[in-house]
Design a protein around this ligand. Structure first.
Ligand SMILES: N[C@@H](CCC(=O)N[C@@H](CS)C(=O)NCC(=O)O)C(=O)O
Length: 196
């Protein structure tokens, strides 16, 4: 199995989830925006979407999109998804929210030529999206007392927040510290030469 990733990108969530699942995986770095991998391969020829992450399964099939990759990891490792009859749907609900409402709201910070006013609007929007999550965080993790793959994705979003001027609501700041203290998270960060 191999994960194509970029340093500090949303693919870090998949690395954390794979580590939590104790699933061995090779990693190949993609340089963005050049779309060349560390072995010199043309990434666009591997994944025509051109962006990370992409997970190549042992059988050769490729899964793209964080929501799909993280769901697949949770399917392999049931401890990483919530229990109960609505467990899967609560997980998809959380992953979809993080992907479409939080992750996408960071877009102006990564887009050249964006004005300071547009960045400020994005800061406020991300803040509102995070406030919603903070208000519902009544346990150690987003979906209860046990860590799920959604927590790995949320951690990466929170890691992006601070350098872009988004102040974390206190429950999410505490969540961030809890995640940061996990050996899997520390190892995933160190593997990319990053700090929390
Ligand atoms: N819809 C994709 C978006 C992934 C995405 O935004 N990847 C970013 C890094 S976090 C990327 O590769 N950007 C480079 C590009 O779009 O060219 C997903 O949820 O997996």
């Amino acid at each position: 199995m191999k994960l194509y990733y970029a340093i500090g990108a949303c693919s870090l969530a998949d690395k954390i989830a794979l580590a939590e699942a104790e699933m061995p995986c090779d990693f190949e770095r993609v340089e963005l925006p050049e779309r060349v991998t560390e072995t010199g391969a043309d990434y666009a020829a591997i994944n025509p979407k051109g962006y990370v992450p992409a997970l190549i399964l042992d059988g050769g099939e490729m899964i793209t999109e964080n929501v799909a990759i993280l769901s697949w990891i949770a399917e392999q490792s049931p401890k990483l998804r919530p229990e109960g009859p609505l467990g899967w749907f609560r997980l998809l609900e959380a992953l979809a929210y993080i992907s479409t409402e939080v992750h996408k709201s960071f877009h102006p910070f990564f887009t050249p030529g964006v004005t300071e006013d547009e960045k400020q609007a994005a800061r406020e929007l991300v803040g509102r999206r995070l406030d919603y999550l903070a208000a519902g965080l009544s346990d150690a993790f987003l979906l209860g007392p046990q860590l799920t793959v959604a927590d790995a994705y949320l951690f990466v979003m929170l890691r992006w927040a601070k350098p872009n001027g988004v102040v974390l609501p206190p429950p999410l700041a505490a969540f961030y510290e809890r995640m940061k203290a996990r050996p899997t998270v520390a190892a995933a960060l160190a593997g990319e030469g990053l700090y929390a």
